[in-house]
Design a protein around this ligand. Structure first.
Ligand code: ARG
Length: 398
């Protein structure tokens, strides 16, 4: 049997040509793997057939939507994960799950390598290869676009010459990656950060400047995870899908940012992530209600570190695993209901309640029923400010 390579297959031009290109350049048989992470669009069976028509010896489709939601998106939600405080890690979260299946299929079908359609300039190449390295250290990674000189022009010519069944649609000027957590759009006229995004770019969100009557939604969390929406039980995947529609209708979760790639380039990115944005806003509020002050404060730092690791392709790393243990432990009491008002591009928390709430009305109130003994504050402040007072005496020479 000749050697085999498992290619992460999207059904698009680059990976379709990649099948024959890889075979010609390496002599290996190509197995195509299409992983459904909720990217929508084409039927996965059509994609599978196209891979075979393009010369794959085998084509495998994996429906990873639930796995993606449960094992990747929920940890991200518990971590309120936002790279550089703005990007909910849409693509960064999908790469490790795709890589996991690449490594699994490679083992099952006796392949010695895996391949992906990434260029040599982005984060995704790092994420695929670092994940595969951590899961199956013996596999080699090949990137035809980066390693085998597969340029877009050559891909178009190759597809024509070989009669590949690819609808070369009025080629989109954008590079788009999407899954159920959101959509990433880059390149084209967006490469000039002075150019404002146009309405055409968006698919998951409607124009927030066209104001609609506000909608309210109540999200119930159990130990950090959404378990009901407006009182109806949901799986993690259903929660994300439903909130994409509810929040997307009001244009929630549009993001336009110049971001720092791991490879050192600054790039202009437009994202839309309605469910992620709404869920993280709600989850953060519930944490403020239920977590001890120090835990909440410390966790914000852990969240930034977690987001950096995941952005940088270190999903399957020791530090990330350890941080997950910390984050999971904090979620024990993060249960309750958050009410969001959705309108004009914003998801605003308007109500919060929890059986695990640390909010104590009798301590907080300024009305009758106040149980907080204000006289104790005087002594507390004396001691609290003592170090400042002593050092100030020295500093001021008093
Ligand atoms: N900059 C984002 C990230 O690194 C999005 C990448 C999108 N990928 C793509 N092929 N368009 O996570």
């Amino acid at each position: 049997m000749s050697e085999r390579v498992v290619l992460a297959y999207s059904g698009g031009l680059d990976t379709s040509v990649g099948i024959g290109w890889l075979k010609d350049a390496t002599g290996k048989e190509v197995v195509a793997l299409a992983v459904d992470v909720g990217q929508g669009g084409e039927d996965m069976e059509d994609i599978r057939q196209r891979a075979l028509d393009c010369g794959a010896v085998e084509a495998v489709v994996v429906d990873a939507k639930n796995e993606f939601a449960e094992d990747y998106l929920m940890p991200a939600l518990k971590a309120n994960a936002m790279y550089q405080k703005t990007y909910p890690l849409v693509s960064a979260l999908s790469r490790p799950v795709i890589a996991r299946h690449l490594a699994r299929i490679a083992k099952e079908l006796g392949a010695d390598s895996v391949a992906h359609g990434c260029t040599g300039k982005g984060n995704d190449q790092v994420r695929f290869e670092a994940a595969v390295a951590a899961l199956a250290p013996d596999l080699t990674s090949i990137a035809p676009v980066r390693d085998l000189a597969l340029t877009r022009d050559k891909a178009i010519i190759y597809a024509e010459q070989n009669n590949l069944p690819i609808r070369q649609s009025a080629a989109s000027p954008y590079s788009i990656d999407k899954n159920v957590w959101g959509r990433a759009v880059e390149t084209g006229f967006l490469e000039d950060p002075w150019n404002a995004p146009i309405e055409d770019l968006y698919e998951y969100t409607m124009d927030p400047s066209v104001l609609k009557p506000a909608d309210e939604v109540v999200i119930t969390f159990t130990a950090g995870i959404p378990t009901a929406i407006n009182g109806k039980a949901v799986t993690p995947l259903e929660a994300v899908e439903q909130l994409n529609i509810l929040a997307g209708k009001h244009g929630v979760g549009r993001i336009d940012v110049v971001e720092d790639r791991l490879v050192g380039i600054k790039s202009r990115e437009v994202y839309e992530a309605p469910a992620a944005t709404a869920l993280i806003a709600a989850h953060e509020a519930l944490e403020s209600l239920t977590l001890e002050r120090d835990v909440n404060r410390y966790k914000r730092g852990v969240e930034a570190e977690w987001s950096n690791l995941v952005y940088d392709g270190l999903w399957f790393s020791g530090l990330k695993r350890s941080l997950d243990v910390f984050i999971d432990d904090t979620q024990k009491y993060v249960s309750g209901d958050i009410r969001l008002k959705l309108q004009g591009g914003r998801a605003v928390v308007t109500g919060q309640k929890s059986d695990q709430s640390l909010y104590d009305f009798s301590l907080a109130t300024y009305d009758t029923g106040d149980t907080f003994d204000q006289s104790l504050s005087k002594g507390f402040i004396e001691i609290w400010s003592l170090p400042s007072k002593i050092s100030a005496r020295r500093d001021l020479g008093a």
